[in-house]
Design a protein around this ligand. Structure first.
Ligand SMILES: Cc1cc2nc3c(=O)[nH]c(=O)nc-3n(C[C@H](O)[C@H](O)[C@H](O)COP(=O)(O)O)c2cc1C
Ligand code: SF4
Ligand code: SF4
Length: 269
C-alpha cells in the first residue's frame, strides 16, 4: 500500500514541503488535512502530517483533524512542523495527540519564511532565498530518514517559546476575538479566489460583498494571495510586504498547486 501526506497550509510553505517529500519518497498521495476523515489513513504504509506553527503550537483546527484520525497499530507516522522563528510546543502537541494511537512517530521541523502579515511583513528577499535553499536540503534529508524508518528524538520547545508562551497565548486570544474583522477594500475585483481558497469556508458573499465569519483558522491565505491586495484587517499596517511561497500558485479551482516546469521562483517581495 502507498503512503499519504496530509497538509495544512495557508501560504504554501507547508504545501511545498509536503510536495517535496512526496516526490522524494515516491508512491505517495497528498491530501488536505482538513479532509483527512475522507481517507482510510490506517490503510497506508506511511502517514505524514505537514503543518505550520501558530502561536508556538499546532493550529487548533489541524490538531483536531489529526486527533480524529484512525491509525493502525505500529503504523509509521511522521510530522513536520514548518515555522518562521520558533517551533515551540508543536511536536509535543502531536506526540500528545497521538499518544493513545500506538503509532511509531517521527518528529521533524523545518524553518521557513514567515507569513504572519498581521504582525510583520515578508522577510527580506535575500533572507527568503537563503531559508528556502536550506529547506530543499532538509527535504532530501528528512525523506531519507522517513524511508529508512529511522527513530527520531523528541523535539521539545526551545527557550524562546518557553519565555514567550504567555505572550503568544495573549496574541492568539486577541486574534480569536477579532479574527472575523477582515474586510475587502475598494480595489476588490470580485474574483472570489479568497472564497474558494479559505480552508474553513469562512468567507461568504452577500449582495456581491465579502463577509468574513467567525470560523477563521488564521491561515492568512485570503490576505496574502489576493491578486489585488484588497483584503485588510484592523491589525494590518500600510505598506506591509506580502509573502506567499515562491514555488506555489493558486490554480483555477482555487487550490494550492506547485509550479510545474518553473525556471525560476516568483517572489512577491
Ligand atoms: C497566526 C500565525 C501564527 C504564527 N505563529 C508562529 C509561531 O509561533 N512560531 C513561528 O515560528 N512561526 C509562526 N508563524 C509563521 C508560520 O508558522 C510559518 O510562516 C509557516 O511556514 C507558514 O506555513 P504555510 O505557508 O504553509 O501556511 C505563524 C503564522 C501565522 C499565520
Ligand atoms: S481574492 Fe481579492 S479581489 Fe478576489 S474577491 Fe477576494 S478580496 Fe476581492
Ligand atoms: S478567513 Fe482568511 S485567514 Fe481565515 S481561515 Fe479563511 S483564508 Fe485563512
Amino acid at each position: 500500500m502507498s503512503n499519504i501526506i496530509f497538509y495544512f497550509s495557508g501560504t504554501g510553505n507547508s504545501y511545498s514541503i509536503a510536495k517535496g517529500i512526496q516526490k522524494e519518497i515516491g508512491d505517495t498521495i497528498l491530501a488536505p488535512l482538513l479532509k483527512a476523515k475522507d481517507y482510510k489513513a490506517a490503510e497506508y504504509n506511511i502517514v505524514g502530517f505537514v503543518f505550520p506553527v501558530y502561536y508556538v503550537h499546532v493550529p487548533e483546527i489541524a490538531l483536531s483533524a489529526i486527533k480524529g484520525l484512525s491509525l493502525g497499530k505500529g503504523q509509521q507516522v511522521f510530522a513536520i512542523a514548518t515555522y518562521a522563528g520558533s517551533w515551540g510546543y508543536a511536536l509535543q502537541d502531536i506526540r500528545e495527540a497521538l499518544s493513545d494511537k500506538d503509532v511509531i512517530l517521527q518528529e521533524y521541523k523545518i524553518k521557513t519564511p514567515g507569513n504572519y502579515i498581521l504582525e510583520y511583513g515578508a522577510f527580506p528577499r535575500a533572507y527568503q532565498e537563503y531559508i528556502l535553499k536550506k529547506v530543499d536540503t532538509q527535504i532530501s534529508k528528512i525523506a531519507g530518514l522517513i524511508l529508512d524508518n529511522k527513530k527520531t528524538g523528541y523535539i521539545e520547545p526551545n527557550l524562546i517559546a518557553r519565555i514567550f508562551h504567555s505572550k503568544s497565548d495573549k496574541q492568539r486570544n486577541l486574534f480569536s476575538e477579532i479574527g472575523s474583522d477582515f474586510y475587502a477594500k475598494e480595489q476588490c475585483a470580485h474574483c472570489y479566489q479568497c472564497v474558494k481558497l479559505c480552508p474553513t469556508n469562512n468567507i461568504t458573499i452577500s449582495d456581491g460583498n465579502l463577509i468574513w465569519g467567525s470560523k477563521c483558522a488564521q491561515c492568512m491565505a485570503c490576505i496574502q494571495w489576493c491578486p489585488q491586495n484588497a483584503v485588510s484587517h484592523p491589525l494590518m499596517k500600510e505598506n506591509r510586504r506580502y509573502y506567499t511561497n515562491p514555488n506555489v500558485i493558486i490554480n483555477k479551482s482555487g487550490a494550492l498547486e506547485l509550479k510545474e516546469n518553473i525556471s525560476r521562483s516568483t517572489y512577491k517581495n
